[in-house]
Write a protein that binds this ligand. Structure first.
Ligand SMILES: NC(=O)c1ccc[n+]([C@@H]2O[C@H](COP(=O)([O-])OP(=O)(O)OC[C@H]3O[C@@H](n4cnc5c(N)ncnc54)[C@H](O)[C@@H]3O)[C@@H](O)[C@H]2O)c1
Length: 374
């Protein structure tokens, strides 16, 4: 008998509905040890609760998250709400004795992240944080390549996540552009976890950072005919050093809301003396591998559908955002069931706290235009 993971969602907006879509096509996973059922959803908006009525397994739709947390039909809660609510809601989930897939950035700031990590450890519940891009075939190839030792001495690491839509000054404000909801770390809270998940997992933890943070548009239309303050950091470039085999190696992390033409570009590039590898969702099928032979060559490889958890999808087809989100949920469910084996796993509470330590150091660096030691 397969175990069934019964999930409740708090926050049925952009990401809450994306999770529902992943659960709805769970059957594409081949020989997967866990079944999933979406049983309860909480959101404040009536129209969203209405949308979830199309899902037959849902037994409870509510505007009160406490009611969802009382449900005996919920084992795991996915919380996808604005950052100012993370700490309170994550702690409530743990106090209710449920497991948690938290959305990034895992609390609005370092203090909140530490409190959540502590509560998670005390509760003994299974807690992970969301970051889905590493589950695409390209990033998986990068991880395996680095671990194979083919790089030689590592020269540099460059990882990031770029958006472009904020280039438009007429784009209306939303909570992600307001510090009181998004946090002082601004774009780092929004996009930072995506940039650090793979580097942290490969053991590349910054020892020093110099940050360049930019606020580019300081106000935006409020959607009601007026203007509202847009007070978050828009773009962040973190110039860090990591220790690899006793050597200091530069690592550049980029998180940008204003990066011309980049709609949702996750990328990583790692260069070494013997080899190198780069991947970007800009060209989702393409993996580049560098080899130093007699001549120096960048090889371009067309990727297929080699996801960590096999699915019924043909091996030559190309994956996209909903696929990596499903793969991330599969990793969560498999690890929770003790069936992850040697596959890549979701962000841990320790990694989430580490990201906050880096972002807090970046704020300090920006404030004093100085290098900050971690
Ligand atoms: N992993 C990713 O790729 C990714 C992408 C986008 C956003 N996110 C993260 O997901 C989280 C949510 O972002 P989003 O883009 O889905 O936001 P969103 O604004 O689309 O959705 C948030 C939802 O939370 C609901 N909500 C607010 N307060 C609530 C409460 N007290 N109880 C229940 N529901 C409540 C809102 O009504 C809204 O529907 C954030 O932490 C964000 O950083 C992750």
């Amino acid at each position: 008998m397969k175990q069934t993971m019964r999930v409740g969602i708090i926050g049925g907006g952009l990401m809450g509905r994306e999770a529902a879509s992943a659960f709805a096509r769970w059957f594409v996973l081949q020989d997967f040890p866990v079944k999933v059922e979406l049983t309860a959803v909480c959101d404040l908006q009536e129209s969203l609760l209405e949308w979830f009525k199309q899902i037959p397994t849902i037994k409870l739709l509510t505007k009160d998250h406490a009611e969802l947390l009382k449900s005996p039909d919920v084992d795991v809660v996915y919380v996808a709400v604005p950052h100012n609510l993370h700490e309170k809601l994550y702690l409530d989930v743990l106090a209710a004795g449920k497991d948690l897939l938290a959305e990034k950035p895992f609390g609005i700031d370092l203090a909140a992240a530490n409190t959540i990590r502590e509560a998670a450890a005390k509760s003994g519940r299974f807690v992970r944080c969301s970051s889905e891009f590493p589950f695409l075939p390209g990033p998986q190839r990068v991880v395996n390549y680095v671990r194979s030792g083919k790089l030689g001495k590592v020269l540099e690491i460059h990882s990031g996540f770029h958006h472009a839509s904020d280039l438009d000054p007429t784009k209306a404000i939303n909570w992600k552009r307001m510090t009181k909801f998004c946090g002082d770390i601004g774009v780092m809270g929004d996009l930072g976890m995506h940039a650090v998940h793979v580097p942290f997992r490969l053991g590349w933890k910054p020892v020093r950072v110099y940050a360049q943070l930019q606020k580019i548009y300081t106000q935006r239309p409020d959607g009601k005919g007026g203007m509202a303050a847009c007070d978050t950091w828009d773009n962040a470039m973190l110039h860090a050093e990591v220790l690899i085999d006793g050597a200091e190696v530069p690592m550049r992390l980029e998180m940008k809301r204003l990066a011309p033409s980049e709609t949702n570009t996750w990328f990583i590039e790692v260069l070494g003396t013997d080899g190198g590898i780069k991947y970007s969702t800009k060209e989702p099928k393409t993996l580049w591998i560098f080899e130093r032979q007699k001549e120096q060559i960048w090889q371009r490889i067309d990727l297929g559908f080699q996801t960590p958890f096999p699915t019924i999808t043909g091996g030559i087809f190309e994956p996209g955002f909903p696929d990596c989100f499903l793969q991330m949920w599969a990793a969560y469910a498999a690890e929770r069931a003790g069936e992850l084996k040697d596959r890549f796993s979701c962000v841990t509470p320790d990694e989430a706290v580490l990201s906050h330590e880096l972002f807090a150091a970046a704020l300090k660096s920006q404030a004093g235009h100085q290098v900050v030691t971690l």
